[in-house]
Design a protein around this ligand. Structure first.
Ligand SMILES: Cc1ncc(C[n+]2csc(CCOP(=O)(O)OP(=O)(O)O)c2C)c(N)n1
Length: 320
């Protein structure tokens, strides 16, 4: 009999990949509003960090973190409708995936400005501290975003006040076409934490258990009042920066090497070693995640477009 956690983790890894792959296909069919930033290859990070978080814990996902929404319990139908720009989407048809959040599930929207959500996450952590709530805030970002001022300001503030916040860097070595060594003179983003008075940790972002171990220890420390952690997960995106980007700037061999360390296949090896019937598990899970994704696409396709006047709804706390 499979243990519940193993089954759920596998389900979320597979759901994230199925959902994102479908979105990439729908993008090619011209059905998705705006850009699509696939996180294919990076699934273990969002699943590993978000699995086990409470509903009240806040997360600020990155533009390629659809899986974070799904693990945090956001309705896949509303998420897909968001990508279609439909009225039933999270922002009621005002935008695509970027800038969408779901506060009822503790999900801040991403923004187009890289690293701008890090001070916001630190702010949420400050609120938790002031209200004596034992929740944590998590901000995801790329190594490219760590070269921006917002990153440093957020870490500095969080370090001074020992805030319950996790800064999770998904280091996929390229910020669009810029390789890491062209934008920073250090190998590990994680060492930057030391300058702000707290710990950094590096782990393999393709190893779900390594991510979980590192993230869960940091969450525990944050809940105990021991302050922030900067976690760097080394990984690789299989697709270009976005679906309209052909990544000619990176060596083909590099991609092949990373694909051979695929996070889902790696987890399947773990399941096999535990003695599960992986073929059966794979078939059942694939059927399940396909059904959820099919239903989300049907819901999005059949949902209405917003009316023009709805564009200014929910924009102001006190509508004029
Ligand atoms: C402040 C800012 N500068 C530039 C951009 C344009 N831009 C969008 S994504 C991106 C690359 C981001 O790289 P990284 O932070 O490493 O995340 P990744 O996309 O690799 O996951 C750039 C340069 C932006 N959105 N915001």
């Amino acid at each position: 009999m499979e243990n519940k956690e193993d089954r759920e983790l596998y389900f979320y890894l597979k759901l994230t990949r199925e959902f994102e792959d479908r979105v990439s296909k729908l993008h090619r069919q011209g059905k998705i509003l705006g850009g699509v930033y696939s996180g294919r290859g990076q699934e273990a990070i969002v699943v590993g960090v978000c699995y086990g978080l409470r509903r009240e814990d806040f997360i600020a996902p990155l533009h390629r973190d659809m899986g974070a929404f799904l693990v945090k319990g956001v309705d896949p139908n509303r998420l897909m409708a968001q990508l279609f720009g439909k009225k039933t989407g999270l922002s009621k048809g005002k935008d695509s995936f970027l800038h969408a959040g779901d506060l009822s599930r503790g999900v801040f929207g991403a923004t187009s400005m890289l690293a701008s959500t890090l001070p916001v996450a630190a702010g949420a952590a400050l609120k938790f501290r002031m209200k004596k709530e034992s929740h944590v805030a998590v901000a995801f970002f790329g190594e490219g975003a760590s070269s921006r001022g917002d990153f440093h300001e957020a870490l500095n503030f969080a370090g001074i006040h020992k805030l319950p916040v996790l800064f999770v860097c998904e280091n996929n070595f390229y910020a669009y076409s810029t390789p890491q060594n062209m934008q920073m003179a250090v190998e590990d983003v994680a060492i930057r934490a030391e300058g702000y008075g707290f710990k950094g940790a590096v782990c393999s972002g393709n190893d779900l258990h390594a991510v979980m171990k590192t993230a869960h220890a940091a969450v525990e420390r944050a809940r105990e009042g021991e302050g922030p952690t900067l976690i760097e997960c080394k990984t690789y995106r299989y697709h270009g920066h976005s679906e309209h980007d052909q990544p000619f700037y990176r060596p083909q061999n590099e991609l092949i090497e990373w694909e051979s360390r695929d996070p889902i296949q790696r987890f399947e090896i773990y399941l096999e070693k535990k003695g599960y019937n992986v073929d059966q598990m794979k078939a059942d899970t694939e059927r399940e995640v396909k059904a959820i994704t099919d239903e989300a696409v049907r819901f999005a396709e059949e949902s209405p477009w917003p009316e023009g006047k709805e564009a200014i709804e929910d924009l102001y706390a006190n509508p004029f």
